[in-house]
Design a protein around this ligand. Structure first.
Ligand code: TXA
Ligand code: MG
Length: 324
């Protein structure tokens, strides 16, 4: 569990360090590791609690979707749908600083929290040998945002990671300085027209040369966060969401938090634990949406606006916002 008080191990780039890093990841702990772009803050992407712990450690006020790191294209194809453009781009630039946003495979084992409730998944195959070795040793998909506190500069050395996260994560792998130093380029391939979401280590010209077409640009990620709008439309056919309901409104499905919510269809965390609640959030919304009859609303219990509660309430507020 993240906190201000754990001892953060520094792991060396040798066999013992890799074994330890891989074991920690498999056990659900947070391990920062270098890639050729910047240091990532890694967690087992199939473990909801481990993923939630990333947001807690970074102090993120909202659940941005995370990039899943895998050792190669075959591994990527187990989690995302690789169409013709994705295959071409993977052949040209993986391993390397290119992230592809793909439609999730129907049987994708990655936590819904990683996708922040979206039907898509961002996948990257890093090139740095130490990152490759760690991913192969861990043998789980690794969700990793940049290993900095929210709103701070991305780290390119282990010392930068420790500046922000010492005492909040299990370990940091001490590797070479990150060569690219700039985050990966992010391309959305979920539509017919590939779209640039974030410029980065691979240039637009390089990408256009490989796919033989111009990239749709316009709204980049920074100007138009993709998650909120998509989240709303993702739930649009389903139930209306109302917040701050400390008792079940007549006829509603009730999403509880804390121990005063007996009878709730689902409780995000009966013991009032924010990390557990965050881990359960998207799965719970999906399940309630499936359960809801026509016109039935989803009522959500009050959730304190502290710690991860900020991010949980940010998401819930978007889900409750009027639909377009
Ligand atoms: O170079 C990098 O990409 C580094 C290293 C650690 O791999 N990672 C990184 O992660 O920069 P982060 O969390 O700082 O940025 C991830 C970006 C966010 O802007 C997020 O919104 C976007 O990826 N993203 C992730 N999944 C997405 C999805 N399904 N759809 C759209 N955008 C997504
Ligand atoms: Mg970042």
């Amino acid at each position: 569990m993240p906190g201000q008080d754990q001892k953060t191990e520094t792991l060396h780039a040798d066999a013992a360090g890799l074994d330890r890093g891989a074991a920690l990841l498999r056990a659900g702990a947070l391990v920062a590791f270098p890639t050729e772009t910047v240091y990532g803050l890694g967690a087992d992407a199939t473990n909801d609690q481990a993923v939630a712990a990333i947001y807690a450690a970074k102090g993120r006020p909202s659940f941005n979707p995370l990039i899943v790191h895998l050792p190669g294209t075959e591994a990527a194809a187990r989690y995302g749908v690789l169409g013709p453009n994705a295959r071409k781009l993977a052949a040209a630039f993986w391993p390397g600083p290119l992230t592809l946003v793909l439609t999730r495979n129907p049987d994708c084992a990655v936590s819904k929290l990683v996708s922040a409730g979206l039907p898509s998944l961002a996948i990257r195959v890093p090139e740095l040998p130490l990152a490759q070795d760690l991913l192969r040793a861990a043998a789980v998909p690794v969700a990793a945002p940049s290993a900095n506190r929210s709103g701070r500069i991305s780290p390119t050395r282990a010392a930068h990671v420790l500046d922000g996260l010492d005492g909040r994560i299990a370990a940091v792998m001490d590797g070479a300085e990150c060569a690219v130093g700039l985050e990966s380029t992010i391309l959305d391939l979920t539509d017919d027209a590939p779209r640039l979401l974030r410029p980065g280590g691979i240039s637009v010209e390089q990408i256009e040369a490989v796919i033989g077409a111009r990239l749709a640009t316009g709204d980049t990620q920074a100007k138009a966060p993709i998650a909120p709008g998509l989240l709303a439309s993702h739930y649009a056919p389903g139930a209306r969401v109302v917040l701050n309901q400390s008792a079940r409104p007549e006829g509603a499905l009730w999403l509880g938090f804390g121990r005063d919510c007996t009878g709730a269809e689902i409780n995000l965390s009966a013991r009032g634990d924010m990390v557990e609640a965050a881990a359960n959030l998207f799965e719970a919304l999906h399940r309630l949406d499936d359960m809801a009859q026509d016109g039935q609303i989803i009522a959500v219990a009050p959730i304190p606006n502290t710690g991860l509660g900020l991010a949980i309430n940010d998401r819930l507020t978007r889900a409750a916002a009027p639909r377009g």
